[in-house]
Design a protein around this ligand. Structure first.
Ligand code: ADP
Ligand code: MG
Length: 699
């Protein structure tokens, strides 16, 4: 069979026709035979056994029964009518019930004729009933290509409305196998198949759509999941290799004055071993001649900023400029101030560019960037504007990567004739396996050690009813000279309500703490006002900072030792962890108090318990991933991970690891897939890329 038959438009498949083809395209993204083949069921109904009415259990499981309708009647009820049929087999009687479609059912149902019915049963008033059963005449049932496990395909409201039922999908799937003879070439090498005992591709595809048994279904799923993850990993690894080979980077082989001087004379503390290791990794990248693309993961407070600075100093020592982009204005300003101070003894010029930089200043910056007078530019998205041109940008650093999209990362690439080295930093720990899939084209460094002397933050959960006790505690801490954060949720859908919550909260705090200075920062304030308030808190002029999540990222006030999170149940785990990371930065014992009402969902309880029981960001990320799935994890939005057709990043973790291992082995031996034995991989990979069937990964 020529593999190209799979690229045939779906319209040509017998039984589809233009109308349905349109629906399939729009609703399910099925354009070709290939797409249909890769449209997998999301569950299976076990129709391997038939039940007798007398042996039904009072659980509402799905069951299959053979019997006849003896009588049909319409029952009036408050909200419309309901159609009820008596259904009997040789052991007893039950009812079938319809709430809609009465006319069609009355006209088409045959009385006293054997049917196979399938559906969920209810037990009510001493009788079993089945609402809206699937029904098929026994006579028809016997004619069908029958499989024990019946696939259920994903559907949409519109499809259901237009009559493209599961059965219909099943039929066209059968047609697809008929037209193609089901002879699909194998997309994996014999080597891999033998090693992992994978069934052939054609058999896997057949059994995933028409499983002959539970066992074969499991084998089919394993094979297809492996293949899906394998080709993703292959793609990511190939991209990574190409980048290293083709994308020449500036060679930073000088460790010069700035770096050396700073390291010897101005480092305010001793680096942790993890920081030293990461700087070494970065240095080796920068000197390698290939463009660096590195992800630096480090929990909040692990000290990523200093790593960023020292990397930028290396760029400067080699005659290049560097930039650092942060997601918020506040954070940019803080970086600007912090780094300016750290470098005060070095002879370098650092500038800040944000959305609120005045036109005059902006012009000055543009000019000085182009003539090379600026060494380091720090700022927000404003850095990405086309007008911002560097003389010779050698290194671009993105802080808090999850706030930016892939598109922005690639925009930075274009800021020089050769792409600058790229370092992205994130405090959102991403479970390793997810990181492999999300950022598989990046190399990963991890700072897995906090600076010495930090006391772990004590986290507790308190109900709103204990508020007075919490206030008393705040007073004590302020008396000891500490500062307090009180954070309110700000969620877009209910911005107004949140704003009211925040203001109510602010007023009650002001009432409770008449002698203390209180700052307030929220998203609706002008940037200048925000900065003013933030500044007062940073300088220690105010004791309490009432804020929304705008302070979530990066902000560093070592004297702040208490973080109170209001309506903590409304925050996601990673956000709670980020917020908590605002405290525990000084030498004092720090506290995080999670305030909630009494009504909590199970997920909320798990989140709160996790926060109370651990400070480890990676552990928290794992729980988060399990609770929410990868779809809602920060940073996953732009990636193709969500479009997996059959594998599940969380559940199929082990398969993912195996797939990555094999992809790596193969590329190590045969980076261009030039060996005869890998021909099938090369061909399949090219096909996947050509037909964009490869999950649309990172641009
Ligand atoms: P993050 O990784 O969250 O960006 P920062 O870079 O803001 O963390 O560092 C948090 C705090 O820890 C800062 O006050 C910083 O000066 C301090 N710090 C960083 N590294 C060390 C170290 N090796 N020893 C002591 N303090 C450090
Ligand atoms: Mg930071």
């Amino acid at each position: 069979m020529k593999p190209n038959i799979l690229q045939t438009p779906i319209d040509y498949l017998k039984g589809v026709g233009p109308g349905r083809a349109d629906l399939l395209r729009k609703e399910l993204g099925i354009h070709t035979y290939q797409d249909l083949l890769n449209f997998f069921p999301n569950r299976y109904l076990d129709k391997t056994r038939f039940y007798k009415i007398s042996s039904l259990e009072k659980t509402s499981a799905e069951v299959q029964i053979v019997g006849k309708i003896t009588h049909l009647k319409t029952v009036e009820q408050k909200r419309g009518k309901r159609l009820v049929a008596d259904f009997v087999d040789d052991t007893g009687k039950m009812e079938l019930v319809w709430f809609r479609g009465h006319k069609w059912i009355r006209e088409n149902l045959k009385i006293n004729t054997p049917y196979v019915i399938f559906g969920k049963t209810n037990w009510f008033n001493g009788m079993f009933s089945m609402p809206h059963p699937e029904m098929e005449l026994v006579e028809e049932y016997k004619k069908q290509l029958r499989t024990a496990m019946q696939p259920v395909y994903p559907s949409t409201e519109l499809l259901a409305k237009k009559g493209v039922s599961n059965r219909m999908i099943n039929k066209i799937m059968q047609q697809l196998f008929l037209e193609t003879n089901g002879k699909f070439y194998d997309t994996l090498t014999t080597g891999i198949r033998e090693e992992l005992k994978l069934i052939p591709k054609a058999e896997a595809l057949f059994n995933v759509h028409f499983p002959k048994s539970q066992e074969l279904l499991a084998k089919a799923q394993f094979r297809l999941k492996f293949e899906e993850l394998f080709y993703i990993q292959l793609q990511l690894l190939i991209k990574n290799m190409l980048q290293k080979k083709k994308i020449k980077g500036f060679v930073f082989d000088q460790i010069g004055e700035n770096f050396g001087n700073f390291y010897k004379e101005h480092l305010p503390f001793e680096l942790t071993n993890a920081q030293k290791r990461v700087i070494k990794e970065i240095r080796s990248d920068l000197g390698s001649g290939a463009q660096m693309n590195r992800l630096l993961q480090g929990d909040v407070g692990s000290g990523k900023t200093i790593v960023a600075l020292m990397s930028m100093l290396i760029a400067l020592d080699n005659g290049f400029q560097a930039c650092l982009m942060a997601p918020t204005e506040i954070l940019s300003i803080q970086h600007y101030q912090g780094l300016t101070e750290l470098c005060s003894e070095l002879n370098i010029s650092i500038y800040l560019l944000t959305g609120s930089t005045r036109t005059k200043k902006r012009r000055e910056i543009h000019e000085k960037l182009e003539n090379g007078e600026i060494n380091i530019l720090i700022g927000t998205h404003a850095l990405l504007e086309d007008k911002v041109k560097f003389k010779n940008l050698g290194l671009a650093i993105i802080d808090e990567q999850h706030r930016f999209g892939v598109a922005q990362r690639s925009k930075l690439w274009k800021k020089n004739h050769l792409p600058p080295h790229i370092l992205v930093m994130t405090a959102t720990p991403i479970p390793r396996t997810l990181a492999m899939s999300l950022y598989g084209d990046l190399d990963i460094s991890v700072i897995d050690e906090l600076p010495p002397g930090r006391k772990p933050i004590k986290t507790v959960h308190r109900y709103d009813s204990n508020r007075l006790k919490v206030f008393r505690f705040i007073k004590e801490e302020i008396q000891k000279g500490r500062q307090i954060y009180i954070v309110y949720p700000l969620i877009q859908e209910s911005e107004k309500m949140d704003y009211k919550d925040l203001m109510d909260g602010y007023e009650s705090i002001a009432r409770e703490f008449p002698d203390n200075q209180i700052s307030i920062v929220h998203g609706q304030m002008k940037p200048a006002d925000k900065d003013y308030e933030m500044d007062r808190f940073v300088r220690g002029e105010t004791d309490i900072m009432v804020a929304t999540t705008v302070i979530e990222v990066g902000v560093n006030v070592p004297n702040a030792s208490v973080m109170i999170i209001e309506s903590a149940e409304r925050f996601g785990l990673s956000q709670l962890h980020q917020l908590r990371g605002r405290v525990g930065r000084g030498a004092e014992q720090s506290f995080c108090i999670l305030m909630t009402g009494h009504k909590l969902s199970n997920d909320s309880k798990t989140r709160l318990q996790t926060m109370v029981s651990t400070n480890d960001g990676f552990e928290i990320a794992e729980v988060d991933l399990k609770l929410r799935g990868p779809g809602d994890m920060m940073g996953t939005q732009q990636s193709g991970v969500l479009n997996l057709k059959i594998a599940d990043i969380v559940k199929d973790n082990d398969i993912l690891k195996t797939a990555r291992h094999h992809a790596l082995q193969i590329l190590k031996e045969d980076p261009d897939l030039a060996l005869e034995k890998n021909a099938v991989l090369k061909y399949t990979y090219a096909q996947l890329v050509k037909h964009k069937n490869i999950w649309n990964y990172i641009s």
